[in-house]
Design a protein. Structure first.
Length: 429
C-alpha cells in the first residue's frame, strides 16, 4: 500500500502519460445531445445527452500509434479527425473508419472547419523537411481536397485556424529548420502573407503553434510557443504581425488546448495538470478545477472540460459560469461497454472482445445489463475500405494503454486496486 500512497501523491503528473483518461470533447453540430470524447484508450460516445456512454476501441479506428487531438462532427453525421498522420473519417456514427487516400503520402497535422458551413474544411500537412507540405481545402465535407496556394518544400505546417469573426481569414503556423512562421490569408486561402516569428525576448523559442481566433475581430489571433521548459500564450490584434505574451514568465506545464468566449473577452488555457483563465485582457490565473488532465471546448455559452477521475471523480464536466464551477457529466467507470454497431463493422467485430480488460482497468461494470454486448442488428452498414495510413519509420508513441511507456506500467497495474480502494459517489445521479 505504500506504493499506492506514493502514486496517489503524484497523481497530477500522470495526465496524458498512458493512463486511461479523456483528452478532448466534440459535440455534433446542431445536435447537442451527441458527444464524442477522445481518450487515451480510444474514444467514448454518447447519443442521448450523456445518459449513457460507450467505448470505441482504437483498433477499430485504425490510427495505430497516432492519437487524434481533436475531432469534427458534422451536422450530417460524418466524423473527421487529423491524427498527425492520417485524416480519419466515419460516415456511420463511429462504427466504421477509413483514412483519406489524398493524404496517404503525407501527414495531416491540422484540421479546421468553417464556423457556419461545416462542408468547408481545411487541413495542414507536415510530413518532413524534405517533403513539400501545404494547406488544402474541401467544400464537400472532406470527400475531395484541393491544394491552396500555400505549398512549401522543407516547411512543416503545424496547425490551421479559420477566423470565427470572418471565415475568409485563415491562419496557419509552420516552421523549418531555422525559422517559425505564421501565414495569414484574407481571401479564404487564395493568397497568403508570410509573417516570420522571432520572439527576441525568449531564449531558444520553439514549437510555435496557432491555437485560436478572436470571435469578434478577424485580426485577433492566439498562439503559443515554448522556451526553456515553459509555455507562453501569445495574443495578436494585428493579424499576427506582432504578438504580446499574456502569461508573464510562462506556464510551467505542457499546453493541451485553448478556447475563447463568444465576445472575445475571456480566454481559457488547459494544460496537462491545470486550467487557466484570462478575463478582460488580464493575466491568466489558475482555477481550482480541473486539476489534472485538463482540456477545454466552448459551445455557445457552455464550457466543457476534461478532468482526471483519479483526482476529482469526473472525466468530463460542463461549466455555465466561465469555469468557476463545474457540473460533472460522466466519469470513466460509467462507460457501459463497447459502442453498439451493426454486424460487420470494425467496432462491432473488434471492440467487444477488448472491453473486459478495459472495464477492469477503469472500474466499469463488465456487462451492465448482465449479458455480453450483442451489438445491434445488421442495418446494412458495410465496413469502409481503409485507404491505409502512411508508413512512418519513427511513429509518434501512442498515448493509449496498450502502448503505455515503461514508466507507466506500475500505475497501470495498480489502477484496479486504486479503484477498489476508493469509495466513489456517482457524480451524475
Amino acid at each position: 500500500m505504500a506504493a499506492v500512497a506514493v502514486l496517489l501523491g503524484t497523481g497530477a503528473a500522470w495526465a496524458h502519460a498512458g493512463l486511461p483518461e479523456t483528452s478532448n470533447v466534440t459535440l455534433r453540430k446542431g445536435h447537442p445531445e451527441d458527444y464524442f470524447v477522445g481518450a487515451t484508450f480510444g474514444a467514448v460516445i454518447s447519443r442521448d445527452s450523456g445518459r449513457t456512454w460507450r467505448w470505441v476501441c482504437p483498433d477499430a479506428m485504425g490510427y495505430g500509434g497516432w492519437r487524434p487531438e481533436s475531432f469534427v462532427w458534422r451536422g450530417t453525421g460524418e466524423l473527421l479527425a487529423a491524427t498527425g498522420n492520417a485524416l480519419l473519417s466515419s460516415k456511420d456514427g463511429a462504427c466504421s473508419w477509413s483514412s483519406h487516400p489524398a493524404f496517404k503520402d503525407t501527414w495531416v497535422t491540422g484540421l479546421a472547419v468553417h464556423p457556419s458551413d461545416d462542408a468547408v474544411m481545411y487541413v495542414a500537412t507536415g510530413r518532413s523537411t524534405t517533403a513539400t507540405n501545404g494547406v488544402f481545402r474541401s467544400e464537400d465535407g472532406g470527400e475531395t481536397w484541393r491544394p491552396l496556394a500555400l505549398q512549401r518544400a522543407g516547411v512543416l505546417f503545424s496547425a490551421v485556424r479559420v477566423s470565427t469573426a470572418d471565415p475568409r481569414t485563415l491562419y496557419v503556423s509552420a516552421s523549418d529548420t531555422q525559422h517559425m512562421y505564421l501565414f495569414r490569408s484574407d481571401d479564404a486561402g487564395e493568397t497568403w502573407e508570410e509573417l516570420p516569428q522571432t520572439f527576441p525576448d525568449l531564449v531558444r523559442p520553439f514549437d510555435f503553434v496557432v491555437t485560436a481566433t478572436d470571435p469578434v475581430e478577424p485580426h485577433g489571433v492566439w498562439a503559443r510557443v515554448s522556451a526553456q521548459g515553459a509555455t507562453h500564450i501569445l495574443h495578436s490584434t494585428d493579424g499576427g504581425r506582432t504578438f504580446t505574451a499574456r502569461t508573464g514568465a510562462g506556464i510551467d506545464d505542457v499546453f493541451v488546448n485553448m478556447d475563447v468566449s463568444a465576445d472575445g473577452g475571456t480566454a481559457w488555457v488547459s494544460t496537462y495538470n491545470s486550467f487557466f483563465r484570462s478575463q478582460e485582457g488580464g493575466a491568466f490565473s489558475k482555477l481550482e478545477l480541473p486539476t489534472g488532465n485538463a482540456c477545454v471546448t466552448r459551445v455557445g455559452e457552455v464550457l466543457y472540460g476534461c478532468g482526471s477521475p483519479w483526482l476529482h471523480d469526473w472525466s468530463l464536466a460542463r461549466s455555465d459560469d466561465e469555469g468557476t464551477t463545474w457540473q460533472p457529466l460522466f466519469s470513466l467507470e460509467q462507460i457501459q461497454g463497447s459502442h453498439q454497431c451493426p454486424v460487420g463493422t470494425p467496432v462491432r467485430e473488434l471492440c467487444p472482445s477488448r472491453w473486459p480488460q478495459v472495464a477492469e482497468t477503469i472500474g466499469a461494470p463488465l456487462y451492465p445489463d448482465g449479458v455480453p454486448d450483442a451489438g445491434v442488428p445488421d442495418a446494412g452498414v458495410k465496413p469502409v475500405e481503409d485507404a491505409g495510413t502512411p508508413a512512418d519509420p519513427k511513429p509518434k508513441p501512442s498515448s493509449g494503454c496498450a502502448a503505455a511507456p515503461a514508466g507507466t506500467l506500475l500505475p497501470l497495474l495498480l489502477l484496479p486496486l486504486l479503484r477498489r480502494g476508493r469509495r466513489r459517489e456517482d457524480p451524475c445521479p
